[in-house]
Ligand binder design. Structure first.
Ligand code: NOJ
Length: 557
């Protein structure tokens, strides 16, 4: 496969509102990020993925954009952005922008115009339909944030489509004028010198124009996915975007492709397809919900191994994986896949890091993951800011489907605000995030879990991540080796081998709080090997038979 800088890179995702506040208003900002570039340099990451910083009324924390060429007031100015970009570049760090173009904010000037009248030049920028006879929604689709996916607009007596909140109307990509506006705007950012795009729900931009009802799978609404995910013109539009914008710059592009299969991923990101460089698949962080996405159960490790391995082998030789455990929409990795008790937090956070960073693909670190930050002990609804959780509470608890206690358990396990609590920098008030009142409470465990303590402690999760990132720079097998799952049926040990020419890398990870037996393939049993990284302080060959709780080791032969 072709060598590309983004295959060798490690990406760090910043959720700007929660990273570092520089002016005491309780909201993280661009100057705050700039003040922490040396921290990121010390960690060793190559690329920042910046969650949206554009002008936005913040119905969905910036994923509802009202002006793509302005910066959100709370976060700073375009000048601050330019300074951030140039200071990042001075340190050899690239910046990838989050590009949200499935929808805009309803406060974007295009939508303000569009809703005015049927003959407004912007009318066809969005998806408008007549209601059914009797005035019901045009079809039965539900939105991702509860309720119907259609909103009635009384001024023109029609409905508009919003697959997310009603303040996030979907753009009409079938309109060539919309595509042109978007491509021109993306080009503007490229000319500024940014290094790529993470494309929000890009798999949803093309819809079946007949808008059929979707299957109702036990819920209140129909599922839009068969008609709005990987829709009829999706690959045509992405090829056009690639030709008109992406191919003209040296970028890294990653698509958030909800509902993607391996076959479909090969189309989006196959080396010869000229669409995107890689996609995010979500199979390993989805499924198992009791009601929609909601569950309070721990994930099944055997299932996790099968999914990760399917993607590793399924894209081998034709496309590139993006590797992640968490992001701003997911709970904290150590709470979900590891163990956030004081006994095992550190060791299990290191185990998860080993397991992910030694796989084939580009690893993504979500802010605070490198400290082993954990989920938040939510107790009541006043602690939430996330629209998904607020709406779900209203729909499920409000209508008596789920009890308050159960819903809180669901939120503590899977709510998006777990990942959005402010970054924990030190043990001063508010974890050093702000001198004001934080927009979302800081996790009370900041007194022990914080960047200052971890950078000072050689044995911390932070330094373990540093070491992992550094290994990637020195061992080509970590970037290029073929992946092969071993101990396939083991429900606690996730073990695999990477192979490159004569070289072999064995990775053993215990996903449980119990000791676990190991059975290595014959070819490694008598070999000495060189241990690259290990989260326990003991000779690695003791792992040949047994792993301690959450033990992880990577050994090269
Ligand atoms: C996916 C983003 O990651 C999420 O945070 C957002 O709410 C939706 N897309 C809508 O833009």
């Amino acid at each position: 496969m072709e060598r590309k800088w983004w295959k060798e890179a490690v990406v760090y995702q910043i959720y700007p509102k929660s990273f570092q506040d520089s002016n005491g208003d309780g909201i993280g900002d661009l100057n705050g990020i700039r003040s922490r570039l040396d921290y990121l340099k010390q960690l060793g990451i190559d690329v920042i993925w910046l969650s949206p910083v554009y002008q936005s009324p913040n119905d969905d924390n910036g994923y509802d954009i009202s002006d793509y060429q302005e910066v959100m007031e709370e976060l700073g100015t375009i000048k601050d952005f330019d300074n951030l970009l140039s200071e990042a570049h001075e340190r050899g760090i690239k910046i990838v922008m989050d590009m949200v173009v499935n929808h805009t904010s309803d406060e974007h000037k295009w939508f303000v115009e569009s809703r005015k009248s049927l003959d407004n030049p912007y009318r066809d920028y969005y998806i408008w339909r007549e209601g059914k006879e009797g005035g019901a929604c045009p079809n039965n689709w539900g939105s991702c944030f509860s309720g119907p996916a259609w909103e009635y607009d009384k001024d023109t007596g029609m409905y508009y489509l919003h697959l997310f909140s009603k303040k996030q109307p979907d753009l009409n990509w079938d309109n060539a004028a919309v595509r042109k506006e978007i491509f021109d705007m993306m080009d503007w950012w490229c000319r500024k010198g940014i290094d790529g795009f993470r494309m929000d729900v890009i798999s949803m931009i093309s819809k079946d124009e007949s808008f059929p009802d979707g299957p109702v799978n036990g819920g209140l609404y129909g599922d839009y996915s068969p008609y709005a995910v990987h829709g009829p013109h999706i690959h045509e539009y992405l090829k056009e975007m690639n030709q008109k914008v992406l191919s003209r710059y040296d970028l890294m592009t990653v698509g958030e492709t909800v509902g993607v299969t391996v076959e479909e991923a090969r189309k989006y990101s196959g080396e010869n397809e000229r669409e995107l460089d890689m996609v995010f698949q979500f199979e390993h962080v989805e499924g198992g919900g009791e009601i929609g996405k909601w569950t309070d159960k721990k994930p099944d490790i055997l299932r996790l191994k099968r999914i990760m391995s399917k993607w590793q082998t399924g894209l081998e030789g034709c496309a590139w994986n993006s590797l992640f455990w968490d992001n701003h929409d997911q709970p904290r990795a150590v709470s979900r896949f590891g163990d956030d008790s004081s006994k095992y937090r550190k060791v299990s956070a290191k185990m998860l890091a080993t397991c992910l960073h030694m796989m084939k693909g580009t690893p993504y670190i979500y802010q605070g993951q490198e400290l082993g930050m954990t989920n938040f002990p939510f107790e009541d609804m006043s602690q939430f800011r996330d629209i998904e959780s607020l709406n779900a509470y209203e729909e499920l608890v409000g209508k008596g489907v789920v009890s308050h206690e159960k819903m809180m358990r669901y939120f503590r396990c899977k709510g998006r605000d777990n990942a959005r609590t402010p970054m924990q920098w030190d043990d001063s008030a508010n974890g050093g995030f702000t001198s004001g009142t934080p927009w979302l409470a800081v996790n009370p465990n900041y007194l022990e879990i914080n960047a200052k303590a971890e950078t000072a402690d050689e044995d911390s999760v932070f330094h373990y991540y540093r070491k992992l990132i550094n290994l990637r720079k020195h061992y080509d097998i970590i970037v290029s080796g073929r992946y092969e799952l071993i101990m396939e049926e083991d429900s606690r040990v996730f073990a695999y081998v990477r192979r490159l020419g004569e070289e072999k890398l064995v990775v053993l990870c215990n996903f449980s709080d119990q000791e676990a037996e190991v059975s290595l393939p014959e070819e490694f049993r008598g070999e000495k090997g060189e241990c690259l990284i290990h989260n326990y302080d003991r000779p690695w060959d003791q792992c040949k038979n047994k792993l301690l709780p959450y033990e992880a080791v990577a050994v090269i032969f």
